[in-house]
Every structure is written in C-alpha cells, then in structure tokens.
Design a protein around this ligand. Structure first.
Ligand code: AHR
Length: 656
C-alpha cells in the first residue's frame, strides 16, 4: 500500500468506526401481533416462456405426436436427394384416435431416411446420464429396424441404437441412450435401418434422472429450485393461459388427466400474444397436467391453489363470455375439481384420482375463480361459483380477481363488490417500476383486517416498463420488492399470500421478462428477486412483531432510507428482523429489542447485497447476487449493526 493512501484509509476507518448511528430500529420483541399465514410466501406457476413444455416438463422432443397444426414443426426430414423413399405425415389408422397424426418413413436402403427433432431450442444432454427413448412404431413393409441417434449441435454423433422386432401392430418400443458428451443443442434422429417402411408416432426422449426419478416426470433442477423456496403454496396453471384468448382455447383441467397421448394439444396463448416476441412453436402438451401439479405441490410441501376459468376469456383479448346456460358447466368443473382433489375414493372424481395412483386426498383448501378478470360480468360469474362451492365445500377458500392493476377503477369496483359479498381472498396484481414498490410499502396499513384478505398473486418490479423486452431481474428491482414485502409482512393480518410472477423464463424462448428463475436446456439460475422471495419464505416467522424506525411505525408516503419488519418464530423462539437498505451508503443503526433482558450469542445474519443497482445473475454467474450467511457476534438488547449498501438483511436472534 502506498504511504500516501494509508493515512486516508485509516481516517476513513476511524470515521466509520466512530460514526454515530443515524437511525434507530426498535422491535417489541415480546409483543406478538397478527398471526402469519404458514402459506404466506408461495409460487405462481404459469406456462409462459416455455415454462412447462420446454421447461418443467422434462420431455426433450418438441411436437412428439406430430399434432402441431404444422405436423412437422420441430422436425426435419432426412431424405437426401440421392436416396429413394419418402417421409410423409398420415392419419389413417393411427395408434390412438385422440392423437391422429403420425409419420410414415419409407426407405429403399440406399441412404438414411428419417427425421430429426430439434427439441425446445436444442436438446440438452449430459455425458454420463441415461436418456429414455420411446415411440409408437408399426412395421409396414420388410420389418426394418428403427435407428435412434443423438447428435451434438456440431453434428458429432453422441450415441446410436437400433430397435428391432417391430411388428405390424402399433406398439411402444423403448431404448436407452448414453451420450458420450455434454451438449446443450443436441438433436434426436430416427431413421429406418436398411430397406423397409415404418410408421412412427409419440417419439419421446426423457432424461432418466427426473425429479424423484419419475419416468416421464419433471426437470429435477427446476423443481429443486422451487423446493428450495420452501413455498407455502403453488398457484397453477397461470395466468392468462387459464382464460384463453377465446373460450375454446381456455385451460380445461379435465383434459389434462390420463394417458399423455390422449391429452389434446392446445396452442399456448403466449405463442401469439406478443407480436414483438412471437413463439410459433409454443404449444401445450399437458404432460404437466393437474394431477402432476397436485403431486408437485405435495412433493414441495406447498398448498395447492388451482385457478379455473370462470366462463370468461381473457379481457385483454376477446373477453368472450360463455352462454348463460353454459356457466353451470364451468361451475361443475370447479365442484368436480374439489372432489378430484379431496373426495373419497368411492366418489366419481376421487376414484379417478385413486386410479391415477393417489388414493389419499391432496388437501385442496383454496380455489381461484378466474385469473385476472374484472367488471360486472365477472362479479355475476363469481357469484354463481361462490353459491355452488360454498354450499357444498364451505371449507374451501375462494380466491377472486381484482383485475390487472393495483389501483385503477376496475380494481376499486371489484373490491367494493367483493367487500359486499364477504369474499374470502382477493388476488391483486402489480407490475410497476421499482419506485412504485419503494413508495407503497404502507399500502396495506389502511386495509380493513375484518374485510376480504389479500393475495398479492402477481408482483414484479419492472426495471424499464411492463412487457418491455429490456426489463432486467436486477438488484434494484429485488430491493424494491423486498421493501414492499416488509409492508406485506407487517400487515399479515390482511395479506395472506404473495407470489412473484412469472416464475420461469427460458433464455432461448421467452415472451415476458423479468422472471423469477431462468433456464436454458441444461442450466438454471435464480435471480436476486428469487433470493428475496426465498429470504422471506425461509424466514417467515409465526407472528408479526411491532417495529418502529426512529419512533415511526410506517412512513405513509415516499421512499424511505431503510425498511424493516419483524416476526417471531414460535418454534425456535427467534426474533426475525428483515431490513432493506436501498441506498448506496452503508447504514449503521441502533437496534433496540424491547422486552428482552438478554440476547443469546450465535445469532445469524443473511445478507443479499451487491455493489450496483443493475447487478444481475446469469447462467455463467448464477450467484453474483446471492445471500451470504454469517454469525452476529455482538447482538444485545441494544446494539449497533451496519447494513451494507444495496442490501436485504435477515437477522435471526434468540433472547429472553
Ligand atoms: O405473468 C404474466 C401475465 O401477467 C399473467 O398471465 C397475467 O395474469 C398477467 O397479466
């Protein structure tokens, strides 16, 4: 160190060491207030950004059943000009009438004939892992074999097997492949081996290693990230996909059960919703259907929160209403869903659940009526649902919508009606710039705790603007969200649940950003926003503790220098203090833990911080902004603590 720099550094250190704390945070450690819903911090899943097909659902073949409107989308014919033979799409005598299209590959044996699948913007393969191939195949002439190959993105052959013994009847044939290299952009190839003709359908490739190693299951790393959130609930399957742009394209849960080849394909509305981000190859195979969603909830300990169409299509699109005499069918779907989830095995829908392998109930106690609806028609439809559901299943809490904006006329109208109707839980959505979140931490202070409860069902700070392709999952947005969540936590008597939206984005195929978790075909990373949600979820606490900053409980307007909320963990006896420092300077604070006479050693601090507001994580730097844990050595009933610049801190302290 240069002699000139040393005195300056020393002066700075001394100044820091002796600087009087500018702020006091006071926590009433022995005055527990409102109970916090154990399911407070959860997950919103929507099939957007290739969230299901090409994401959570681990199938690696796109358009495996040739049922896309362009039956060969995702496939490339391999029929060199010097070869003799043909690859054609047919629908006569399919293996399953619900899945009518298949391909016929006719080869004269002079050159390779067949098809190659590109996967969901590339097939991700890992060296050392096994991949399970399956297909429905029928011999048409000469009983040839079916050669199955994996190629890397650069054309290197990674593995190859031949399936023999194909008969003239449709049958499922399987093979296991072991790629000898890792490749994020691999391809699957199926060829007729030698001379002959084969019919081929439902061409599938799954990693053997899926979540819980279930065949045909979910992508393990993606589910693990969800499990790591310790989510209180999982809302599914969306989002606008519930509504559909027209009713014919709405999500229908009954169509997502049973054999996968009978789950009929639907165009995903995010395929065409944004002209600036078209994804013409985005369809829903429903391999991740309602049974799998319930199973996922059970796996990760999240309460299921399905959202159903309420007889209205998306009001940003057609806003189509079902005919009045059809509404009863939509209501019946809701009643049947509760029976499917909870009913005894001798009930009609309980028996279907049992037949799928789950005789025990899924303990459904919340149900969403519509996604992001608004207006008088919605209220009328909601009443029909509530009348029937409350009569039969009074224990099920209904979640109703308040439109897409957290404060406009649609929102106010919905809240006024739902207050009159004594609705259970209102789903509020908010996509706004970081300032909105910083400035609205007092939002729920004025809500009536005796009125309907709040589900902050979709929130995300937008670094540029809603639906801008330039939005980033940066630290500033994460800090803004964390500040906002302190307001939700402080008002846990009113706010029962909260979830960030959307959940997943595929870096090669997204329509919307920001998203909580990003993936490519092999890798995954959590955003700073994820870590904020995780810090709150994993440090929830059971009751709210009163907190003041310089003697003030909440600042009603404007941005604060510091944000804080506190809870008490009834199991461990810990006080959990969450603090957000949105500023560029560290803040040294006097912490007063009123009501305690002493604080035990061994307290913990979890700090999410960065040195720039625009700091982000990425596939290459997945934990550039991630929580770091340390012990708090000097905690006492009154002590000073320094919160780093641009930080979210969770302190867990034990005392008496
Ligand atoms: O999260 C993306 C979309 O935003 C959801 O589908 C919808 O509910 C909201 O408009």
């Amino acid at each position: 160190m240069s002699p000139l720099i040393r005195p300056i550094l020393l002066l700075t250190l001394l100044t820091k060491a002796t600087a009087a704390p500018a702020l006091t945070i006071e926590v009433q450690a022995t005055q527990p207030g409102a109970k916090i819903n154990p399911a407070m911090w959860g997950i919103f899943f929507e099939d957007i950004n290739f969230g299901a097909d090409g994401g959570l659902y681990a199938e690696l073949v796109k358009n495996r059943g040739f049922e896309f409107p362009e039956p060969l989308m995702g496939w490339f014919k391999i029929n060199p000009s010097h070869s003799q033979g043909e690859v054609t799409v047919r629908e006569d005598d399919p293996f399953n009438a619900a899945n009518p299209h298949y391909v016929r590959i006719e080869s004269h044996g002079t050159a390779p004939m067949g098809l190659s699948n590109e996967g969901f913007r590339g097939i991700g393969l890992r060296q050392g892992e096994a991949y399970n191939f399956s297909a429905q195949v029928r011999d048409v002439t000469d009983t040839p074999g079916l050669r199955v190959q994996l190629y890397g993105g650069d054309g290197t052959l990674l593995d190859s097997v031949v399936i023999q013994g194909i008969s003239t009847n449709w049958a499922k044939h399987t093979a296991t492949l072991h790629p000898h290299d890792t490749d994020p952009k691999a391809r699957l190839v199926v060829l007729v081996e030698g001379k002959g003709t084969l019919d081929v359908d439902m061409v599938s490739l799954f990693p053997e290693h899926t979540w819980k190693n279930r065949p045909g299951g979910l992508r393990a790393d993606m589910v693990q990230k969800l499990a790591d959130l310790k989510p209180g609930f999982l809302r599914f399957p969306g989002g606008c996909v519930v509504e559909g742009s027209v009713l014919a394209r709405r999500y229908q849960w009954k169509k997502t059960l049973g054999p996968i080849e009978e789950r009929q394909l639907l165009i995903n509305r995010w395929n065409y919703e944004f002209l600036h981000r078209p994804t013409p190859d985005y369809y829903q195979s429903f391999g991740l259907g309602f049974y799998e969603f319930f199973q996922l909830c059970e796996d990760i300990g999240a309460a299921p929160l399905p959202i159903l169409n309420c007889g209205m299509a998306c009001q940003f699109n057609s806003g189509e209403l079902c005919a009045p005499d059809e509404l009863t069918n939509y209501v019946q779907d809701a009643l049947d869903l509760v029976e499917f989830a909870n009913g005894p095995v001798d009930s009609v829908w309980g028996a279907k659940r049992a037949a799928l392998g789950h005789p025990a109930p899924f303990h459904l106690n919340m149900l969403g009526v519509g996604n992001e609806q608004w207006g008088p028609d919605y209220i009328a439809h909601y009443k029909a649902f509530a009348g029937a559901l409350k009569a039969r299943y009074p224990e099920v809490q209904l979640v109703s919508a308040a439109g897409p904006d957290p404060g406009d006329d649609r929102f106010k109208y919905a809240w006024a009606r739902f207050r009159e109707l004594h609705a259970d839980i209102i789903d509020e959505h908010c996509y706004a710039n970081p300032s909105w979140f910083f400035n609205n931490t007092h939002r729920y202070d004025e809500y009536d705790p005796a009125g309907p409860k709040v589900f902050m069902g979709e929130y995300a700070a937008q670094s540029v603007a809603i639906v801008s392709t330039k939005n980033q999952n940066n630290l500033e947005c994460a800090l803004a969200e964390a500040a906002y969540l302190t307001g939700l936590e402080r008002n846990a008597a009113v706010v029962r649940m909260a979830s960030y939206a959307p959940l997943f984005g595929n870096v090669d195929a997204w329509q919307w950003k920001p998203n909580l978790i990003w993936v490519d075909s092999l890798r995954i990373y959590a955003t700073p926003n994820y870590y904020v949600q995780q810090l709150f979820s994993r440090n929830r606490g059971d009751t709210v503790l009163p907190v003041t900053l310089d003697g003030v409980a909440t600042t009603p307007e404007g941005r604060q220098d510091l944000y804080a909320s506190a809870t008490h963990d009834d199991q461990t006896g810990e006080l959990i203090l969450k603090t957000v420092n949105p500023g560029a300077a560290a803040k040294t604070v006097t912490l007063k833990l009123d009501g305690w006479t002493q604080v035990q050693s061994g307290g913990r601090a979890m700090v999410l911080a960065g040195n720039r507001l625009d700091a982000v994580n990425s596939l290459d730097h997945p934990t550039a902004v991630a929580p770091v844990e340390s012990t708090v050595a000097d905690a006492a009933t009154t002590f000073t603590h320094t919160f780093p610049p641009y930080s979210v801190t969770v302190l867990r302290l034990k005392g008496q």
